[in-house]
Design a protein around this ligand. Structure first.
Ligand code: URA
Length: 236
């Protein structure tokens, strides 16, 4: 974020007046005076004005959750089903946190949750083509021919899916385990892609969004994103 916008979000001055704070040499970033208006502030930077720390009034919350199956990715549910909000406990009660995008009721894995609507829009916008990585399981062996059909794109609701990457990770004599990397976010996309070649996905877990990885979080567990992870998402 540009320095003048950052200072304005700290409630110190309007964007225009913030420019003067910078050009007058009153602003330091990580201990160094900055006078250039093209300076950008990244998550984790320490900004001071006249020696006093400047922090945005509204500090956003960014959470990564390992969603278990059996939860819906909305903030409330008329049918009384469990929502992912319940997994956060009451640490953030009163904060307007919402899930970024959707995971089906039966899908598990990486779900981002935030108060930052701009970030949510950027990540969800098809133009940004951020990749999503899934582990999918199907029963029995799956042939290269079948995988090539999926890689090249299949028609869902009259529109072909974009090329995607699929690799067979292993086959234990009963179940084929695959890694599927797509850059779209259509409704139930992975399950419907396999349905289109008459194969049923019996397990689906998202393990990555772009460079962000689920890592070692157990089912139902969550943590706040690290500054480097927030910075990465802000550049998407
Ligand atoms: N594709 C699906 O089929 N389901 C999800 O939840 C996400 C991607």
């Amino acid at each position: 974020m540009r320095i003048n916008k950052y200072l304005a979000e700290c409630g110190l001055a309007s964007r225009r007046a913030s420019e003067a704070l910078v050009t007058d040499g009153r602003v330091k970033v990580n201990g160094k005076i900055v006078t250039s208006l093209s300076t950008t502030i990244n998550a984790g930077d320490l900004v001071t004005v006249d020696g006093k720390r400047a922090e945005p009034i509204h500090k956003h919350i960014y959470i990564i959750l390992n969603k278990p199956k059996g939860y819906i990715t909305t903030t409330s549910d008329e049918k009384g089903r469990k929502t992912v909000m319940e997994l956060l406990g009451n640490k953030y009660s009163g904060k307007r946190i919402f899930p970024v995008g959707r995971l089906d009721y039966d899908t598990e894995g990486l779900l981002l949750m935030t108060t930052d609507g701009d970030l949510c829009n950027r990540i969800s916008h098809p133009r940004n083509e951020i990749t999503k990585t899934y582990i999918a399981k199907v029963e029995n062996e799956i042939s290269e021919d079948e995988l090539n059909k999926l890689r090249g794109g299949v028609v869902l609701d009259g529109v072909k899916t974009k090329h995607c990457r699929i690799s067979l990770l292993d086959f234990d004599g009963r179940i084929s385990r695959l890694e599927v990397v797509i850059s779209e976010g259509r409704n139930r996309q992975v399950r419907r892609m396999f349905e289109s070649i008459d194969r049923e996905v019996v397990f689906l877990k998202r393990v990555g969004i772009g460079e962000l990885k689920l890592g070692g979080l157990s089912r139902g567990e969550w943590r706040e994103l690290k500054p480097t992870e927030i910075e990465y998402l802000q550049k998407v």
